[in-house]
Ligand binder design. Structure first.
Ligand code: UFG
Length: 319
């Protein structure tokens, strides 16, 4: 019988893509998500449950499954809204993950927890690219909730011997290379906004143009969702050392470069309105991902062009 893997947030963007990869590799995939499993992902999840990941039902399910790993992608994940409603972020992310871990350490103590962390833990980075040992000074309740979970995972590992890998994603983007999955409509992220505006012939608002970068717009490290799915599978294997890892491409692209690449790929002359800088946006945020590469041999396969081409197909062909 194939090994079982539990994925929380399995109906979502990154969790869903990870279920596809796991299934293709022959794992028995158990999905848990408060949203029902979209039709497109059904064949990649042997069992899927519409449940809160910290509900009694979900916790018992996890214990009964004795999975090789729990890939914990569930959570609430927007920086801006977390400033307006911090309670939701501390609760959905930290409090519930604590409940999950309190259960894991007693009922499935050998199971590896692969946790979706974020570059948001760095806040305004002291230097770029970011290394895992750099100071973590989050500037939003979202980033704080992710950092609190990392702290809990480390403390539990030291005290109770539980096993974890935390993956600090930089800017997840793109869609499944075979068109099977992607982001839901109206996502707030740059690639989504640029492509949806191109598709709908609507105006795109560029946040800020006087950052201390070569073209004045923010620089980010875009990592393809399929490369992230690959990274999760490598992270859950026992031969990967536990700990915290950055996941990015070691290079950055400015907002204007993303817009230009999108114009080239879509052939559509996107209309751009210049807006003010968004509060809390660091000028540059890129990752040094050497630690994960050395630990697992992982190398991002897809470029910014691929990211935009795959996402474009996803939006154009109908989500
Ligand atoms: N942007 C625009 N217009 C838009 C949307 C975004 O100009 O309509 C700009 C942003 O201001 C920023 C860049 O595009 O300069 C990237 O913004 P995103 O919202 O796509 O991504 P962020 O870099 O803000 O967020 C990412 C991750 C978060 C993580 C955060 C850490 O998506 O999960 O980095 O800073 F928390």
């Amino acid at each position: 019988m194939s090994e079982r893997v539990v994925v929380t947030g399995s109906s979502g963007y990154i969790g869903g893509q990870t279920t596809i990869r796991l299934k293709e590799l022959g794992y028995h995939v158990i999905g848990i998500d408060v949203q029902s499993c979209p039709q497109r992902l059904r064949s990649y999840q042997d069992r899927s449950f519409q449940e809160d990941y910290a509900s009694r039902f979900a916790l018992d399910l996890i214990a009964d499954s004795q999975p090789l790993a729990i890939i914990h992608c569930a959570g609430t994940s927007l920086v801006g809204p977390s400033l307006l409603d911090p309670e939701r972020y501390y609760n959905n992310n930290f409090v519930k993950t604590k409940r999950l871990m309190d259960h894991v350490r007693v009922r499935v103590p050998k199971t590896r927890m692969v946790f979706s962390s974020s570059a948001a833990v760095y806040g305004e980075p002291v230097m770029t690219p970011c290394h895992e040992v750099d100071p973590t000074l989050p500037i939003s309740p979202y980033g704080e909730s992710k950092l609190m979970i990392e702290m809990l995972l480390q403390a539990y590992q030291r005290a109770y011997g539980t096993d974890f890998v935390a993956l600090r994603y930089f800017n997840a983007a793109g869609a499944d290379p075979k068109g099977r999955h992607g982001q839901n409509p109206a996502a707030t992220h740059l690639v989504a906004r640029v492509l949806e505006a191109s598709l709908n012939q609507s105006m795109f608002t560029l946040n800020g143009n006087d950052y201390p970068t070569p073209d004045g717009t923010c620089i980010r490290d875009y990592i393809h969702v399929d490369d992230l799915a690959d990274a999760h599978v490598r992270a859950m294997l026992p031969e990967t050392a536990p700990g915290i890892y950055n996941l990015g491409t070691n290079s950055g692209h400015s907002n204007l470069e993303v817009i230009d690449t999108a114009r080239k790929i879509t052939g559509i002359e996107l209309t751009v309105a210049q807006g003010p800088a968004r509060v809390g946006d660091p000028a540059q945020l890129t990752a040094n991902s050497e630690k994960f590469r050395l630990a697992t041999d992982w190398k991002p396969k897809w470029t910014l062009e691929d990211i935009i081409a795959h996402a474009w197909r996803w939006y154009r062909d109908g989500v």
